[in-house]
Design a protein around this ligand. Structure first.
Ligand code: 9MJ
Length: 675
């Protein structure tokens, strides 16, 4: 291919893919199939790989890069990002409108044109395009300074990396709200729950939390979207004189504008729009917490200016939260997989925000006591972020006589083991561990689940029967089940039993991340398990890792690190891991050191200095895996000194005693040669 042609093809493919992205993500009107899109994308990818000199930063293939060093640095908003004052009813809106008339010297009969918008409940961002190319994105922060989130914003499919259309300004700052669609939020949380990962309370937190991810590869997996609703600094063109026309201009450049936006006349027009949207809001796949009315004429906006940090030309009309009252019928305690005992209020079914609520989690005892919830209480309930049922407050005046404070149980409702609370933790836990039937069932359900060991067909009913008959105490015992035993269970025919035996056997071939996830370590969900597998590549090393070392792993904080260490220090857990491996479980994505030549067999090795690739802990584990013994000081018995950067006095001692010194590079060459 002639070089000039390549450049042209890359440019054409880039622009073609931008156009299809826009049609798909912004307009909702794709013109080609996913398959055709993938073909074009792969063609571009191949060419860019071969001719990287022609690849541009705004290429559709470049929406996830490495985390740049600029991530989360502070960015000053030259034009502050304002918040909005609120009104809650017509009267307050009329006051706002009257004040605007007064300031603008307009007679009250002359109604103001308002651009009505939905008030998206997400997280506000400012995005800068220079000559049509996305160069920077920041969060609102405190309005004056935000954080650089360019790396994450680039992963949101509906945000163009390159503007479409023509006549782009040399500098364009657009502002909008990043949100998580409700469908995506619900799927995301369901998944997180299955994986014992952090569940977001509402879509707003989910959107904000997703933008705060360090690694854009994680943000890319979050279902985020955006609506633009204004501009900041713009250079190089003269903007239209009306807000609504500015938004149309943005739309022409491929920036997503909400289709519900409407231009109306005066307070009556705003109220009509409000009444329509109140009815329609539950049909949207995103959360709104009200509407925004903006004076359309930019010259009016300029004249009105700001008061403190809110414009005088715009107002938010907030929706009242959908709240209902109902009565608490009972307060139960549920035991989860990790033994956490959660108080749950059973309420008389109440229809709130489009669904019937009958169970409300009270999260923990602190929360229950803070709200002083009692059986028989009348309570107001709502759906937090219109999703999760939440008990707002107890209506004390309606409390019947003779109620009593709810106390945590002393014994687990499932297994009668003592209930304990670790100092500093809000959660009470059953101390029964695997001896608690509820925990065992929940844990085994987790172990066989698709994202863990993936034992196809191993359902809850089966687990319950096997746990009840005490045939299954620990997960490794799954691997010793035979066809006859399975056939003796309810609803298990010969064919089903055969399939199960097959599925059990198949599940032995797994990956390290799935295996780590299947262990059910507290707060180690699927993502963390993947990160751990990727970092350590070796179960033995992970099992020996210290809390400090674990915290070097991206996404692992002090609590997760402690949970991992505590888990692997426990003899019962260690023996389960050992048994599982002797049952024949093996993985492909990492190096099992079986069959590896034990190159350090019988050798005594001392380590000094620091190492760029691995921590001390990891090095020690590797040496042990290869048959070596690590000791603390150099003596005549030392076979090698493994020396890193800035070695201490051990280096001199080794030289004095004629002990062989191996350097980091050499060590890894040796290591790589045998695995
Ligand atoms: C939201 N949150 O949807 C504004 N907003 O305008 C809309 N916020 C805004 N406009 C000026 N639609 C400051 C904030």
């Amino acid at each position: 291919m002639v070089e000039k042609n390549v450049k042209q093809i890359i440019t054409r493919l880039t622009s073609c893919l931008h156009n299809h992205n826009h049609l798909y993500y912004v307009m909702d009107e794709p013109e080609i199939s996913d398959h055709e899109y993938d073909n074009l994308f792969n063609e571009l990818l191949e060419l860019e790989k071969k001719y990287p000199e022609y690849q541009v930063d705004s290429s559709p293939t470049q929406n996830v890069g490495a985390k740049p060093s600029s991530a989360f640095r502070s960015i000053e908003h030259t034009l502050p990002m304002l918040s909005l004052s609120n009104v809650f009813n017509r009267e307050e809106l009329e006051n706002f409108d009257r004040r605007a008339h007064e300031k603008l010297n307009l007679p009250l009969e002359q109604s103001i044109h308002y651009a009505c918008e939905l008030k998206f409940d997400g997280t506000a961002v400012s995005i800068v395009y220079e000559d049509g190319i996305l160069v920077r994105a920041a969060t609102r922060g405190d309005g004056k300074k935000g954080e650089d989130v360019t790396h994450n914003i680039r992963t949101i499919k509906s945000i163009p990396l390159e503007l479409t259309g023509k006549n782009h300004p040399s500098y364009l700052e657009v502002r909008g709200e990043v949100y998580m669609p409700l469908s995506g939020f619900s799927d995301f949380n369901k998944n997180a729950e299955i994986n014992d990962e952090r569940v977001f309370v509402n879509p707003r937190n989910a959107a904000a939390g997703s933008l705060r991810q360090l690694d854009p590869n994680y943000t890319k997996k979050r279902p985020l979207d955006i609506f633009f609703y204004g501009v900041g600094i713009v250079k190089g063109i003269v903007l239209p004189t009306k807000h609504s026309d500015i938004l149309s201009l943005l739309s022409g450049w491929g920036l997503k504008i909400c289709k519900e936006n409407k231009l109306v006349n005066g307070v009556d027009g705003c109220m009509n729009f409000y009444n329509q949207m109140v009815k329609k809001r539950h049909t949207f796949d995103y959360d709104i917490d009200g509407l925004v009315y903006k004076i359309d004429q930019i010259s009016h906006q300029d004249k009105l200016g700001f008061v403190s940090r809110a414009p005088r030309w715009a107002i938010a009309h907030k929706f009242p939260a959908d709240e209902k009252t109902t009565v608490i019928e009972s307060i139960d305690f549920q035991v989860g997989r990790t033994g956490a005992i959660t108080p749950v209020a059973k309420v008389k079914p109440a229809f709130v925000g489009g669904v019937t609520i009958s169970n409300i989690t009270l999260h923990n005892m602190d929360e229950l006591q803070r709200k002083d919830v009692r059986v028989g209480d009348t309570v107001s309930v709502r759906r937090a972020g219109d999703v999760i049922p939440e008990l707002v407050k107890v209506i004390r005046s309606k409390r019947p006589s003779g109620t009593s404070e709810v106390m945590m149980l002393k014994l687990c409702p499932e297994c009668n083991s003592k209930v304990v609370r670790i100092t500093g933790e809000a959660v009470f836990r059953c101390s029964g561990g695997y001896n608690c039937r509820a925990q065992r069932i929940e844990y085994l359900k987790h172990f066989v689940s698709r994202k863990a060991m993936d034992v196809d067909g191993f359902g809850v009913k089966l687990i319950e029967q096997l746990v009840n008959s005490e045939r299954l105490l620990t997960p490794d015992q799954i691997y010793s089940l035979n066809k006859e035993e399975l056939c003796s269970l309810d609803r298990v025919a010969t064919k089903t039993a055969e399939n199960l035996i097959h599925a059990i056997s198949n599940s032995k071939n797994t990956t390290l991340d799935k295996f780590i996830f299947s262990l059910g370590i507290r707060e180690v969900g699927q993502t963390t398990a993947e990160v751990l597998a990727d970092y350590y590549k070796d179960l033995d090393i992970l099992m020996l890792a210290s809390e400090e070392n674990l915290q070097e792993v991206p996404e692992v904080g002090p609590i997760v690190a402690k949970n991992i260490v505590v888990f692997f220090e426990n003899d019962h857990n260690k023996s389960i891991v050992k048994n599982l491996i002797s049952c024949g479980i093996k993985w492909t994505s990492s190096m099992t050191l079986e069959g590896v030549e034990k190159i350090f067999e019988g050798k005594t090795i001392v380590i000094t200095g620091s190492f760029s690739a691995l921590s001390r802990e990891q090095l020690k584990a590797k040496i042990r895996n290869l048959g070596g013994k690590v000791t603390g000081s150099v003596s005549k018995k030392t076979d090698f000194l493994l020396s890193g950067q800035d070695p201490g006095s051990k280096n001199q001692k080794a030289l004095d005693l004629n002990v062989k010194i191996i350097y980091e590079r050499e060590f890894f060459e040796l290591f790589e040669a045998v695995i």
